[in-house]
Design a binder for this molecule. Structure first.
Ligand code: ADP
Length: 632
């Protein structure tokens, strides 16, 4: 393409929508555009510094990285420029004018059209470059990637409506310059004092100097001089002692590293000395990002070595179950040319990771202990992810277990607020296990027939209905020396929780029901592994139980629904001898009818635990046949 051609390109439909929304809903927070643009400039400088480690020529004899902010009262423009990495033509097309963020689709699907609600959402989404259009009705971005020659400059311009133009221009200086043509009424940003105060509020933690022309008061107006002045503190915030950093500075820094609009829930700032020397500043966000379950997700922990930015999203520094943690780790020992491959097999990194995980878990323990409302908020946002922990991090299993929260029959609501410690504290005299049930919905767990005896005896049962709970219970077998036991698995032995009279009654029932049990077993044949008299039921006629070591029926269903191979586990049918249906079955002499009843008993037990019938039509036929026998 020749240098003179200007090409007009359309925005992605989502960008248009986002722009509209942003301009209207973020207006009351309009200052943030400066933070976003400075943050991008700072990232661009970090990237250049890192790429220049292996290719110093990228500095083009201009190694002093900085961000410049300038305004022109006559032209009514505000200009933010950097001498960072810059962008190639393709990068401009890919990054400015499209939204590549993962989770974008979910974001748009959540928009309600209600301005206030959507404003809160957009805050969570992170706004970036487009926030320029809150105050500008035209934005001109001129950029050149470091290492390319001057004629590879690119100019992007848009009025923030449907399209943008792109042309090739000469740009001798590498990096990016963004000119905001301010909207009518935004003249406050044409003031030295205003800009400096916004920069100090939002960007003091930026490690790069943010430079402005010093201004003078002349004839009652501020007039820029030729002298430069650095507006921000320009020191790495994490390298400052804790006592020198204010709450606001910590919060602003979080918004910068996490690309988040909301303040964090909590943070932990540490300088570690000894074998490994490093600084960590780790934040727990207050809400889940859109891409929490996206494998392609970005962000995470930024790795620095002696203040030099090395990489974003250093996944070796945090285990998967803590992937929501944001922040910075700055090592004093790693080599500057450290790569992702080296990180994977580095003992230093393992030690830093172990130390950082301890800090995060400690922070969460502290939150749980001292700020339970905040911890509840955390659990709502990240509980499902934390439940992956015991399967991933064996060293910290007990600690993680202590942080888990569940719904239980104690509160009988779906709020996950019960800790294992609470549970153990409420265990009955003679109770040796922590009981739980898994099901694919809270209602199915809460109303499961398996809970009947537990409810009757006032024994608490944890009600687990998150998908990840199956994974959790497969990996967490005990807490505080007490085994975790599914109420739907194995022969139930309540031990001392049952008195002598109950045990005798049970024995007698087993004896007297023997012929019936045998008859049902013969009738059901391959459908069951076994049939026996239950200990568990008080109200329902029957339930299904899986073997102690078998996969739970819930997990089998989850796997099969996900198209994965899972063995078909044959259940054991338990019948309740005290139930009228069972009594009638016992008295039934017609073989055909007995067969229908026995199968019905099995099928309704399967339905009650959320299972699916192989042959629903036969079930309906049997049921109708029996209903038709009712006296009218
Ligand atoms: P985010 O910063 O969250 O990625 P933005 O919309 O702010 O989203 O920016 C999109 C991308 O555009 C950035 O990730 C970066 O690749 C590029 N970009 C933005 N500003 C600059 C800049 N000043 N220099 C170089 N690249 C930039």
């Amino acid at each position: 393409m020749s240098a003179t051609t200007k090409k007009t390109l359309g925005f992605q439909a989502e960008v248009k929508q986002l722009l509209q929304l942003m301009i209207h809903s973020l207006y009351s927070n309009k200052d943030i555009f400066l933070r976003e643009l400075i943050s991008n400039a700072s990232d661009a400088a970090d990237k250049l510094r890192f790429e220049a480690l292996s290719d110093p020529a990228l500095f083009e004899n201009d190694p002093d990285l900085r961000i410049r902010v300038a305004f022109d009262r006559e032209a009514r423009t505000l200009t933010i420029s950097d001498n960072g990495i810059g962008m190639s033509r393709q990068e401009v097309i890919d990054h400015i004018g499209t939204i590549a963020k993962s989770g974008t689709r979910e974001f748009f699907s959540q928009l309600s059209g209600d301005q206030q609600k959507d404003a809160a959402l957009i805050g969570q989404f992170g706004v970036g470059f487009y926030s320029a259009f809150i105050v500008a009705d035209r934005v001109t971005l001129t950029t050149r990637r470091a290492g390319l020659t001057a004629e590879h400059g690119v100019r992007w311009e848009s009025e923030g409506a449907g399209d943008y133009t792109l042309e090739t221009v000469d740009k001798p200086q590498r990096g990016t310059e963004i000119v905001l043509h301010l909207r009518e009424g935004e003249d406050e940003f044409l003031s030295d004092w205003k800009i400096k105060s916004v920069v100090r509020t939002y960007s003091d933690h930026i490690t790069l100097p943010i430079v402005m022309k010093k201004s003078e008061w002349k004839d009652g107006v501020e007039t820029p001089t030729d002298e430069d002045e650095t507006v921000n503190k320009a020191s790495a915030l994490w390298a400052r002692p804790r006592k020198d950093v204010t709450e606001e500075e910590y919060q602003e820094f979080y918004k910068h590293v996490a690309h988040d609009f909301e303040p964090p829930l909590a943070w932990s700032h540490n300088r570690v000395e000894g074998k490994q020397e490093y600084i960590s500043l780790l934040y727990v966000p207050s809400h889940a990002p859109f891409d929490l379950y996206d494998r392609e997700k970005r962000h995470g922990i930024k790795l620095y070595v002696r203040r030099v930015f090395i990489m974003d999203d250093a996944e070796q520094l945090m285990p998967q179950y803590l992937r929501f943690v944001r922040g910075v780790i700055d090592s004093a020992d790693l080599p500057l040319n450290v790569s992702r491959e080296i990180l994977q097999s580095s003992r230093d990194i393992d030690a830093i990771k172990a130390g950082s995980v301890k800090k995060v878990l400690g922070l969460l323990e502290d939150l749980a202990e001292n700020q339970p409302e905040k911890y509840a908020e955390f659990w709502k946002a990240f509980g499902k992810v934390m439940k992956e922990g015991p399967g991933e991090d064996f060293a910290n299993k007990e600690k993680i277990a202590g942080l888990l929260r569940f719904a239980s029959t104690h509160t009988d609501t779906d709020a996950q607020v019960v800790s294992l410690k609470d549970y153990v504290g409420r265990m009955k005299e003679g109770q040796t296990a922590i009981y739980y049930i898994t099901a694919d919905s809270f209602a199915a767990a809460q109303h499961s027939p398996h809970l009947e005896i537990f409810r009757k005896k006032g024994i608490e049962v944890l009600l687990l209905s998150d998908r990840v709970d199956e994974w959790l219970t497969g990996n967490l077998h005990e807490f505080d020396g007490k085994p975790l036991k599914s109420v739907a698995k194995g022969g139930l032995d309540l031990g001392e929780l049952e008195d002598e009279a109950e045990k005798t009654a049970q024995k007698e029932a087993e004896e007297s029901m023997k012929p019936l049990v045998e008859r049902i077993k013969t009738t059901l044949g391959e459908r069951v592994k076994d049939v026996r008299v239950t200990h568990r039921l008080t109200d329902s006629p029957a339930c299904l139980v899986t073997g102690e070591g078998d996969m739970s029926a819930n997990l089998e269903r989850l796997l099969k629904a996900a198209g994965q191979a899972a063995p078909t586990v044959k259940p054991t049918l338990e019948i309740n001898p005290a139930h009228a249906l069972v009594t009638r079955l016992n008295a039934e002499s017609d073989e055909a009818r007995f067969g229908d009843w026995a199968n019905l008993l099995f099928e309704q037990a399967l339905l009650a635990e959320g299972g699916q019938l192989d042959d629903p039509a036969s079930f309906v036929r049997r049921l109708n046949g029996l209903l038709a026998m009712l006296p009218s």
